[in-house]
Ligand binder design. Sequence first.
Ligand SMILES: C[S@@+](CC[C@H](N)C(=O)[O-])C[C@H]1O[C@@H](n2cnc3c(N)ncnc32)[C@H](O)[C@@H]1O
Length: 209
Amino acid sequence: MTEREQLFDAWADRYDAHVAQEKGFPFEGYEAVVSEIVSRVSVTAGERVLDLGVGTGALAERFEQSGCELWGLDFSNEMLVRARAKCPTGRFLKCDLLGEWPNSLPLGFDAIVSGYVFHEFNTEAKIRILRRALRCLNPNRAIIIGDIAFSSSSEREEARRRWKKEWDEDEFYWAWDEIEPRLNDLGCSGTYTKLSACGGVIELRRTIE
Ligand SMILES: C[S@@+](CC[C@H](N)C(=O)[O-])C[C@H]1O[C@@H](n2cnc3c(N)ncnc32)[C@H](O)[C@@H]1O
């Protein structure tokens, strides 16, 4: 097991209470970000939703209530135990998003969502995972990502100075001006919406069928 998996396993028990506090960096605006993801996804009963880095199911459970076919991927067993308890009809698979995705994961998702996960990955890894995710997405559908994110690298630098103590130098917080120029090559268009001093939502739509 990697150090990162161990870290998330150990956090699983306290995770929901931790994000609920929402104080300062990095979870300021967590509820606004998660609610915004949900409000942008309109799936009806039977449609397929995939949550990347599903964690304890804090985001995923809001989709289960719509009667959709809910899938989630995560590499932490302890997080997955909690997601399964929260969302009994969900299908949750252990998977490192940076590696091979399970063969049992179907194609044809009507929405792909992710909350507070992509900051684990540097820009090239983000692009690789997005490319993989876009292959699973139905035409005219969107990937909606909520995360620690900034409109530009200079805004991120300001935030880094502001939250010197809390900032994790091993993480890769989004700067939209670094990602937007890569979207054409990825075959999608996108928007970034700022929702708090350190959180926002990225929406990506396929432009190539
Ligand atoms: C901060 S939690 C977010 C949980 C949930 N999505 C939410 O909105 O609250 C990050 C999650 O991403 C998972 N994760 C981090 N790196 C991963 C990777 N390389 N592959 C799969 N899951 C990963 C962690 O195990 C953890 O459950």
